[in-house]
Design a protein. Sequence first.
Length: 454
Amino acid sequence: MKNGSSQCEGQVEMKTSGGWRTLCASHWNMANANVVCRQLGCGVAISTPKGAYFVEGGDEIWRDRFHCSGSESFLWNCPVTALGVPACAHGNTASVVCSGNQTQLLLQCNDSWSDPASSTASEGHTANCSDSRQLRLVDGGSHCAGRVEILQQGSWGSICDDSWDLSDAHVVCRQLGCGVALEATISAHFGEGSGPIWLDEVNCTGEETHVWQCPSQGWGQHNCSHKDDAGVICSEFLALRLVSEDQECAGWLEVFYNNTWGSVCHSPMEAVTLSVICRQLGCGDSGTLDFLVPSREGSRPRWVDGIRCRETDTSLWQCPSEPWKHQSCPSNEEAHITCTESPQLRLVDGGSRCAGKVEILHQHSWGTVCGDSWDLKDSQVVCRQMGCGEAFNAWLYAQVEEGSRPIWLTQLACTGEEAYLWNCPSLGWGKNKCEPYDDAGVICSGIVNAFSTT
């Protein structure tokens, strides 16, 4: 931190490959600040000053939004959103004031609970103890939607839905850096919890910084069951899908934003972006844009354009883009993609990873290799590809049940020098003339050497 009066307060900066950069104050909250204070050995967060309190001009502001739960050891372990995030206004930088003495504050919190129903607790004591608690949303598929749970006295517990409304949900969403509440769910909409029920009859004004600061019946005081667990859907909740009539891993790319499904625009959408999308969808590790598919009919939002994922991004939400817009591009620029999966190889039913029946993962299904023409040269390629040494034997496995698995390759004719089995000449993927033959198998020198040393 910089520009503060001590090492435990100031403007937050993070070092990236491009050097030190300040963080944007948009969606910056106490959970994020607590992680910073803990990481720097500065206790817990006391406040997150707004405005130009610590600002030094001329610094480049990193606009990515952090969504910490407060329990992370490092700020870079927190979920991050960059998709659709606009540029940060100059001077709108994240700042933190830390306690600098974590031991003293934790002793105060352990001595006495701060009761959200009590008006006699001192404001300072309540704020300190509040900072030792944590908030999360679970079973909603995102850190910005799900069942509301609070970590209190070492146990995660839920909130009863009696009197639960948008004002309460607003506090939760703001506290988590997830925007505003779109829906306050009741009746265990996101499933039933299993821990304590910590709060009941929560009655927030919507302006509180922590949900446990809202009036309620008090910690652990309730007349509910987990069938009454409360939840929220926040405006920053995002989801991803491919829309197609008959294909699971090909179709129109859509993102759920602001409580509505809408299209994604295809410019520029390079190979690394397509790879991130397909991996997130569980549809392989690469993809292609389908430009020849006719534009689809109907009206829908076209939420985002200009997505540029980086090699380090693990989800689409981390990828920078242009800001969210209801119509980010013309209808003929909606992205239609097809995801593909690089084939994988394994040996099964041989008692070792270096012996067994040859199986290939292709089009999201494991299948076998036909034993027709199978020989040592074919086996040599398998053993080398598996890192199992030389081929010791080429053998055949009886087919367990006809049609139980696809037969991906037939009549292989490897030279023995190919890097991958599917690079060898064959009839082609799935072109099967294998009925009289057994499945191909192999014993590699790797297993022979292993047995000889035991």
